[in-house]
Design a protein around this ligand. Structure first.
Ligand code: SAM
Length: 380
């Protein structure tokens, strides 16, 4: 009874404020002098990208977006990759290590001891198109409109959250699993590749899975969406259902959703009653990632992603998962070098340069996307 009285009279600190205090304490030492700028960006309006819907018949959409000075950042990166491949840019000459996807990182040294030039970056082979306004341009996109069949022209999302999908590098006929899929932005992006042989989209939350269905029905024709299997299992149990069957697995875990937590009171993980749940997040993330690794075929890939800046939810989860996969399941995985993403997408996003594993997009006032962390594991 005493506790109840205390709870009723204690000053209520909003969850958004608690989140900011928490981030000041943990990210200030982590990011040093960059934290004030990242903090300011987190507290300002976020920037969106318009993921073009290739299923909608609206040829003029791209032209209209270009007329307003937006550009498809993915084809820009592909052009950059191409020109780097042709050796016409200076990055490689300067000695930056920009390895090809799947070929590890670092510089190679010839027997004579002379360093060989690093391999050029892999081209971004993707059908995904996403328009963004240039750095410093804070124009908003107008809401998407339907085509004659009722399919919407584009989906507005944090453009940086396409990077985990691009890192997955879906190849024609790949079996793909999206383990934590709702509300479905990345599922939609996976479908835009046009390459999924089969797509399984799962999310434990039934209500959020309903939003996934809504997105599918607003953007994807019936024949395509009927080929997507949508389920609501606890992702931690996936291996018991369908272990070792997917070429590509996306594990986009629940996290402290840093931007949401400092801005929105609703559904805030920093609410006092959710303290335990928040503290247990790294454990849940680890379990989901291990489940994702177990769901992958030998030779397949897993991409892990969060929208948090916290190393405890990012690199530490990766390190622990690699260790547990090896010791408890005899599965060898290695984290791929994704530094070429930094090279190719630096005009659109601000990247952190000090991730030990994976890549991190830092919010910045001139490019207010993210935070997004992503890391790719290859299963041997
Ligand atoms: N990938 C989604 C997208 O791009 O729209 C966002 C996913 S969100 C970051 C994380 C999701 O994980 C939430 O929808 C949540 O319901 C789901 N989730 C939480 N615990 C889970 C579990 N044990 N198994 C599967 N999904 C889970």
């Amino acid at each position: 009874r005493h506790k109840e009285k205390w709870a009723a009279t204690a000053p209520r600190i909003p969850a958004t404020r608690l989140a900011l205090h928490h981030f000041d304490a943990s990210y200030s030492p982590q990011l040093g002098e960059r934290w004030p700028a990242v903090r300011a960006a987190l507290l300002c309006e976020q920037k969106y990208g318009a993921l073009l819907n290739s299923f909608a018949s609206a040829d003029h959409v791209a032209q209209e977006l270009e007329l307003h000075n937006a550009a498809d950042f993915i084809s820009e990166a592909a052009r950059k990759a191409q020109s780097l491949l042709q050796g016409s840019e200076v990055g490689v000459e300067k000695g930056e290590s920009v390895p090809q996807e799947g070929h590890g990182g670092g510089r190679t040294v010839t027997p004579a001891g002379t360093p060989t030039p690093p391999p050029p970056p892999a081209p971004i082979g993707s059908n995904i198109k996403c328009y963004t306004f240039p750095r410093g341009d804070i124009t908003r996109f107008r809401p998407a409109w339907p085509d004659s069949l009722g399919l919407l022209s584009y989906y507005l999302m944090d453009a940086a959250s396409l990077l985990p999908v691009l890192a997955l590098n879906v190849q024609p006929d790949d079996f793909v699993l999206d383990l934590c899929a709702a509300p479905g932005g990345k599922t939609l992006a996976l479908l835009q590749t046009g390459a999924c042989g089969h797509l399984a989209a799962n999310d434990v939350s039934v209500s959020r899975t309903k939003r996934l269905y809504q997105i599918l029905s607003s953007y994807v024709p019936k024949n395509v969406r009927e080929a997507v299997s949508v389920t609501s299992y606890d992702g931690r149990d996936w291996a018991e259902l369908e272990g070792g069957t997917f070429h590509k697995v996306l594990v986009d875990v629940p996290c402290t959703t840093d931007r949401h937590s400092v801005m929105e009171t609703d559904n805030n993980i920093f609410h006092r009653r959710r303290t335990k749940e928040r503290q247990m997040l790294p454990m849940l993330q680890l379990q989901l990632l291990i489940s994702g690794i177990l769901a992958t075929k030998p030779g397949g890939d897993v991409v892990y992603s969060t929208c948090s800046l916290s190393p405890l939810q990012n690199e530490y989860v990766i390190e622990r998962a690699i260790e547990i996969a090896e010791t408890q399941f005899n599965i060898t995985t290695h984290a791929e070098d994704l530094s070429h993403f930094r090279t190719l997408f630096q005009d659109t996003f601000s990247f952190s340069s000090d991730c030990r594993l994976g890549e991190l997009v830092l919010p910045h006032l001139t490019a207010n996307f993210g935070p997004i962390y992503f890391c790719k594991l290859h299963r041997a």
